[in-house]
Design a protein around this ligand. Structure first.
Ligand code: 13P
Length: 256
């Protein structure tokens, strides 16, 4: 197992739950279950990426880190319907996800992403940047494409800001389905991700950047990615939207 840190377990709530009161109920139940659990978790043991409107309230009551699922890369001023990193931060967010495949599918470009990542890191917001191939080709060209994608997204970031960066490997074919990547498949991509990072900031620094896996993580497979896939944590969709399942995963990963 990778012993760089205690695992970073992030739930991506997407467009759930339907109301703030359901979100509050979830977080209270989760914290109570974790407190009563067999494993004594010393500090904040989970992250939740929630709808922006829930952030201030959940930040007040949650025992974990609370963040957003996307931000805008535009500047302060005249852009309707966008939320910029300083606003998310002042609402209490600890982190944001950027470049999720579901955001990319709605038209986010590489240029948009580069601006978002730069602005987010300049604002000192912990930034979870997602990368992942749509499909895999037998020749392994997708590995080079992932490295290029990562480098393009980090094009505008100066080296001293990488300390607040986390990379999430989320193969698009594994998101929302029934078949996750295998830990071995994950392991190979983590090597490619670190190679790309090393080309930007040097190998020693690159080794310290946390890399996560996401895509059909369940309570049965969660631990294997950390133990065999060489990742530092997980980015979890559906399994983070059920309080019992999420609690089981948090406990399982912290005992891995
Ligand atoms: P699932 O865990 O539901 O496959 O979703 C993964 C994801 O998109 C996390 O960001």
């Amino acid at each position: 197992m990778n012993k760089r840190t205690s695992p970073i377990i992030i739930g991506n709530w997407k467009t759930t739950p339907a109301t703030l009161s359901l979100a509050v109920k979830f977080v209270k139940q989760l914290d109570k279950k974790l407190e009563k659990g067999k494993i004594k978790l010393s500090k904040k043991s989970y992250y939740l990426a929630v709808p922006d409107i829930f952030i201030p309230t959940l930040k007040e009551i949650s025992g974990g880190y609370i963040g957003s699922q996307n931000i805008s890369g535009v500047s302060l001023g005249q852009t309707t319907g966008e939320t910029i990193p300083s606003q998310i931060l002042s609402g209490g967010a600890d982190f944001t996800i950027i470049g999720h495949s579901e955001v990319r599918a709605r038209g986010e470009t590489a240029d948009d992403r580069a601006h978002k990542v730069a602005l987010s890191l300049q604002s000192r917001l912990t930034t979870i940047l997602c990368v992942g191939e749509l499909v895999r080709d037998k020749e392994g060209k997708y590995l080079g494409e992932l490295e290029d994608d990562l480098k393009q997204s980090l094009l505008l970031v100066s080296k001293n800001l990488f300390e607040n960066l986390i990379i999430a490997y989320e193969p698009v074919w594994a998101i929302g389905g029934t078949t996750p990547a295998t830990p071995q498949e994950c392991f190979e991509v983590v090597i490619a991700i670190r190679r790309a990072l090393a080309s930007l900031v040097g190998i020693d620094y690159a080794k310290k950047i946390h890399v996560l896996y996401g895509g059909t993580v369940t309570k049965n497979n969660a631990k294997t990615f950390i133990e065999e896939g060489d990742v530092d944590g997980l980015l979890i969709g559906r399994s983070s939207q059920d309080v019992e399942t999420f609690e089981e995963i948090i406990n399982a990963c912290h005992s891995a």
